[in-house]
Design a binder for this molecule. Structure first.
Ligand SMILES: [Mn+2]
Length: 248
């Protein structure tokens, strides 16, 4: 597979309504190649149906930290998002997750959920005053020990913040943002909020050109009221609030 014009999706988190809207938006642009950067099912939404959709599509896909955490629920109870998805999925679906690689190199395009080699570390983000902000390029350079020398484009996820950065003599780095969860808060690394300010689903289109990669960061309207109602029905007022507003 040569990736010249393609879509990148990440952090779907079981949000089937957002995923279907993003897939339709991608198809409407005549784009057929799609890569998936992980954190696919965890959350109080539609993990089983999301897995059904994605297994049928058979996209190039890497796992995120939530795939590890979901599978670990076989041994001990996990966090609420992972536990919900663990219990809602089939053994076949969990076997699919277990077989996903942590990273992929497709020609000169590298996929990694966090930084190359660690799915829990933000690549393009830093915590400042309890919020995620764009990292300085010198800080990002220190996180690229696992970068493949062939990579001209590095795709990451995990922070749910749509961003791009171009390093001198380095790759273009793109985080497409989150398809399914536009805001959250977390204690890892110190309490912080990831907020996009709207409920829209996020994804990216990357296109190779004469002067390098061009990138479009898309925000797509979808039926977020359905996702909000589902989170509420499954007992998560917190997720319902995040999904409805893009604020945490
Ligand atoms: Mn993640």
């Amino acid at each position: 597979m040569v990736l010249d014009r393609f879509a990148a999706v990440s952090d779907i988190h079981g949000n089937l309504w957002a995923l279907d809207a993003v897939l339709a938006d991608i198809a409407a642009q005549g784009i057929r190649d799609i890569v998936n950067l992980g954190d696919i099912l965890s959350g109080p939404l539609k993990p089983r149906e999301t897995a059904e959709r994605l297994m049928a599509l058979d996209l190039p896909t890497i796992r995120g930290n939530h795939e590890r955490q979901l599978l670990a629920c076989a041994d001990a109870p996990g966090g609420a998002a992972d536990q919900f998805a663990y219990q809602a999925t089939t053994a076949e679906q969990r076997a699919w997750l277990a077989a996903l690689p942590a990273g992929l190199l497709i020609g000169d395009v590298q996929l990694s959920h966090g930084i190359p080699g660690d799915d829990l570390v933000y690549l393009l983000d830093e915590i400042a005053a309890e919020h995620l902000v764009l990292a300085r390029p010198e800080a990002v350079r220190t996180r690229l020990a696992g970068l493949d020398p062939q990579a001209t484009l590095l795709l990451c996820g995990h922070s749910h913040q749509p961003r791009m950065m171009a390093l001198d003599d380095g790759p273009v780095i793109v985080n497409p943002g989150s398809v399914g969860l536009p805001a959250y808060d977390d204690e890892d690394g110190g309490f912080h909020r990831s907020e996009t300010g709207s409920p829209h689903a996020s994804y990216a289109v990357c296109e190779r050109g004469l002067h390098g990669w061009s990138v479009a960061l898309h925000r797509v309207a979808y039926d977020w009221r359905a996702a909000v109602a589902c989170a509420s029905a499954n007992g998560s007022a917190e997720w319902a609030g995040w999904l409805a507003s893009g604020y945490a």
